[in-house]
Design a binder for this molecule. Structure first.
Ligand code: ATP
Ligand code: MG
Length: 232
């Protein structure tokens, strides 16, 4: 088995003026390639911060993050961006689509960054998978929250990531669309072996992953394997 993500004694302190705010402290865990894991905990407990550190979007104050054998904490911003583009997909809690680009163009960005061919065709296929092919030329403001969420999903899938981080991927969706998105996530895990790390308030979704890490006040308070009924 290959360790895809290993974090040790991770901490994050925000400074505002002369005040220090510790939002994460002493967080350690590791994931094997192909694992599915959820991170749960109350609002403000540090889930989004943790995901950002694991994905190399942000830098920790203490500790180490090793992604696919690469120590992220000692890399420059540029190098981290390269590693992200190569291995990481990220679905943001607030989507973070580029407002001046259409849905299709948003999905094309990671493919173009990788210098892939047939970028437009690939991006259209991905939009099709999330049920938005016919909305490809719409801008983010012309799409509903749930539709933006799905474009964000298509974009995250586009570079065929080794590990996908999803920050409340079903948080803004109705039940039916939420189930579709869930299925896409688990299909990607099954078909491509993509490691899945999901932050969610939805305990039913969390129970579908192999492991639930619970955080509170910036600390891991429990880390448990989920036992799935094989007959299900
Ligand atoms: N850039 C920042 N500067 C200062 N404080 C921050 C910053 N980003 C986050 N925080 C604080 O860190 C804490 C953890 O935030 P985070 O977004 O990780 O929480 P969360 O668990 O994802 O919450 P939610 O469930 O509401 O999304 C919060 O108290 C937040 O206000
Ligand atoms: Mg959050």
């Amino acid at each position: 088995m290959t360790t895809i993500l290993d974090i040790q004694n991770l901490g994050k302190i925000y400074h505002s003026g002369d005040r220090e705010l510790t939002v994460l402290e002493g967080v350690s865990f590791s994931l094997q390639a192909g694992d599915t894991c959820s991170i749960v905990g109350p609002s403000g407990s540090g889930k989004t911060t943790l995901l950002g550190l694991c994905a190399g979007l942000d830098r920790a104050s203490t500790g180490s993050v090793t992604l696919n054998g690469i120590r992220l904490d000692s890399l420059s911003e540029d190098k981290r961006a390269q590693v992200r583009n190569q291995y990481v997909g990220f679905i943001f809690q607030n989507f973070q689509l580029i407002p001046t680009l259409t849905a299709l163009e948003n999905v094309m960005v990671p493919l173009e960054l990788r210098g892939e061919r047939n970028v437009q065709k690939q991006a259209m296929e991905l939009l099709g998978r999330v049920g938005l092919a016919e909305r490809h030329d719409h801008y983010p403001t012309q799409l509903s929250g749930g539709e933006q969420q799905r474009v964000s999903l298509a974009r995250a899938f586009s570079n065929r990531p080794s590990i996908l981080f999803a920050d409340e991927p079903t948080g803004n969706l109705d039940e039916e669309t939420g189930e579709k998105v869930e299925r896409l996530l688990f299909d990607l895990n099954q078909e491509a072996g993509t490691t899945l790390v999901v932050v969610t308030h939805d305990l039913e979704l969390a129970e579908k992953t192999q492991r639930i890490i619970r955080i509170k006040g910036g600390h891991v308070i429990s880390d448990k394997a989920v036992h799935h009924n094989q007959l299900e």
